[in-house]
Structure formats: structure tokens, C-alpha cells
Write a protein that binds this ligand. Structure first.
Ligand code: TXA
Ligand code: MG
Length: 316
């Protein structure tokens, strides 16, 4: 159900849940201090209650309403990347709902750049809990239509067009003067490191291995319903496509002999922007398998690699 800005604000103030656009993906937003609203978010997403939510803020001035401390390292990151696609995990104040933080001693904070998200934040005056507006483990939505397709028409959606970053924010946990990358987004580990200027204390993302402890880094996150297979070489993909009931996603130009081909630019920023919409379209074809050509293994492609690897992971 589509709502306008004024309706979205009124609903959120009343303790209801509304899907809103951000620059990364659409979020399922509600008052982060209202436990009834938080429970609704978990129920609509069918998300396990041990998986905490990000609090979205209008500006970094509100950080100390939620976090016990705002260490210099976190302040540097905020100054460099907020508003924008970075989430910072800090020690939580005791007043922060344990439903929101799923019992963790920390809270995740993000100041989004999207103009409509900013209007909702500023006009409600609230911190907004907002996970991606999809069912647990499924593909994140980058348009209002994706939200409606995934969550049904009873969820109010504020349409802000297609998201420009296209994949979820980079998450960095800060503990005093040390940091750890918990999820890679379009802000790269190198960009974070160049701002904070110290070594991370714990291992960060490795190509195929999930992090030791990062709630929500579920192996099957970001998955289309159709099985996905990733190919390091175009030739191997073309061979697999022969006689298969499939659709293919190719990097740059080209096509498969039979079955629908989707082509994305061989450039990470545009690829990320269009990735989820393309996967949503491919999923809707209801073919037996989706064949995806893996991008090059260069640093600027790592966040995309992470999402594609998760999308292609099988249960056993
Ligand atoms: O780009 C984004 O981050 C989007 C938009 C809507 O802001 N949000 C998003 O939220 O992706 P969600 O809930 O789908 O993913 C947030 C991730 C989850 O994996 C969650 O476990 C992790 O952040 N997280 C939240 N709070 C945390 C905490 N206190 N410590 C560690 N991880 C946390
Ligand atoms: Mg999510």
C-alpha cells in the first residue's frame, strides 16, 4: 500500500511500521524506542529475534542518545562517510531496547543520505529502526515494487524511486581505538582504513568465509528463490547454459544461446546499483537455475562478490 510523506510520518509517530527508501536499499522503518513497533518489524520480516536492527539517525549529533561513547575513531568515520552508506556499531546505552539490539551490548547506527529518509527522520524527530524491507534471507528491495512483491500489499510503502547505491551499507564495529569490518558495502575496507588509520583488530571479510561473530551474516542472506550458480569464466557459464532451463547474468555484452540474458555494466558502482533489481527480475522468470558470471576479484568488486557468493550458497 503506497503512502505519501505526511502519511508515513503520521504512521511512524503512531508506532506503525512503514517501508521507506534509503540510498542503499528500502528499510522497514519504525520508532526505535517503541517495543511494540520493533516486534512488528521482526514479525513482518519473519526475522529471528537474535538478529539486531540498525537505528537510523538524522545526524551524528544524536549518536550519544543511543551509544554510551562516541570514540574519536567513530567520529572520524562519521565525519568522512555520514550521511551515507556506513553503519557504525558502538557500545549501547542501557536505555536502548534489548529487543532492538537482540540482547547485544552494542547498537548499530547509520545516518542515511537519501533525501526522503532524511525528511522522515527530521520530521518525526525519532531514531528509526530499519532493517532491509524483505523477508528474512531473501533479496533486499531497491524499489517500492520489490517491497510490495516481497512483503505484500498490507505494508505501507513510501515510494522514493530506485535506490542509488543498491546494496546494503558497510558495517564497522568500533571498540575504543580498534575496529572490525562486519559487512562490506560500497564503502570499501581500504576507504575505512584510510580514515581510521589503524589496523583492524580481528579478521575481516575473506572471500568465502563468514565472519566469526556478526549476527545476521547468515550464509543464505540475499538469496533469490531460484537456485544461483556463479561462474568464474564466461566459457564455463555458456557451457552450463546449453540445454538448461536457465537465465544468465553477464558482465558487459554477450548472450546465451537459449534462455534470457541480462547484461550489467562491467563497472562496480553501476553494477551494484542495478544488481538486486536484475536478480528480482531473473527470479520472476521461474526458471530452474540462474547462471551468473562472477566479476573480477578486485577490491572495488568485493562487496558485490560477497552478495553473489551468499546468493549462490546452497543449504548442504
Ligand atoms: O543499508 C543498510 O544497512 C540497510 C538500510 C535499510 O539502512 N539496512 C540493513 O539492515 O541492511 P539489516 O537489518 O537488513 O542488516 C543489518 C545488519 C544485520 O546483519 C544485523 O545483524 C547487523 O546489521 N547488526 C545490527 N545491529 C548490530 C550490532 N549491534 N552488532 C553487530 N551487528 C549488528
Ligand atoms: Mg537485510
Amino acid at each position: 500500500m503506497q503512502v505519501d510523506l505526511a502519511q508515513a510520518i503520521a504512521l511512524i509517530k503512531r508506532g506503525e511500521v512503514v517501508a521507506i527508501p534509503t540510498e542503499t536499499v528500502y528499510g522497514l522503518a519504525a520508532d526505535a524506542r517503541n517495543e511494540g513497533a520493533l516486534k512488528q518489524i521482526f514479525a513482518i520480516k519473519q526475522r529471528p529475534t537474535n538478529n539486531p536492527l540498525i537505528v537510523h539517525l538524522a545526524s551524528s549529533e544524536q549518536v550519544l542518545d543511543w551509544a554510551k561513547v562516541f570514540p574519536p575513531l567513530a567520529q572520524k568515520l562519521a565525519a568522512a562517510f555520514w550521511p551515507g552508506p556506513l553503519t557504525i556499531v558502538l557500545p549501547a546505552k542501557e536505555s536502548v531496547s534489548s529487543i532492538l539490539r537482540a540482547g547485544e551490548p552494542t547498537v548499530a547506527l547509520r545516518v542515511p543520505a537519501h533525501q526522503i529518509a532524511q525528511q522522515v527522520l527530521q520530521q518525526t524527530g525519532l531514531g528509526l529502526a530499519a532493517p532491509s524491507a524483505n523477508k528474512y534471507t531473501q533479496l533486499s528491495p531497491t524499489t517500492a515494487q520489490h517491497v510490495a512483491n516481497g512483503l505484500g500489499n498490507s505494508v505501507p510503502v513510501l515510494d522514493g524511486g530506485a535506490c542509488q547505491v543498491g546494496i546494503e551499507s558497510t558495517i564497522v564495529a568500533i571498540d575504543g581505538d580498534q575496529w572490525q569490518l562486519l559487512r562490506l558495502g560500497m564503502i570499501s575496507e581500504a576507504q575505512v582504513a584510510s580514515v581510521v588509520g589503524v589496523q583492524s583488530k580481528l579478521p575481516t571479510l575473506q572471500d568465502d568465509k563468514p565472519l566469526p561473530k556478526a549476527p545476521g551474516q547468515h550464509l543464505l542472506h540475499y538469496s533469490p528463490k531460484t537456485p544461483v550458480e556463479l561462474f568464474a569464466s564466461r566459457a564455463a557459464l555458456l557451457q552450463a547454459a546449453e540445454n538448461a532451463d536457465c537465465a544468465a547474468l553477464l558482465l558487459g555484452e554477450g548472450k546465451i544461446a537459449s534462455g534470457k540474458t541480462f547484461n550489467l555494466p562491467n563497472e562496480p558502482v553501476s553494477f551494484a546499483e542495478q544488481l538486486y533489481d536484475t536478480l528480482h527480475q531473473m527470479d520472476a522468470l521461474a526458471v530452474a537455475i540462474l547462471l551468473i558470471e562472477a566479476p573480477p576479484r578486485q577490491p572495488e568488486w568485493l562487496a558485490i562478490h560477497d552478495r553473489l557468493t551468499r546468493a549462490s550458497r546452497k543449504l548442504n
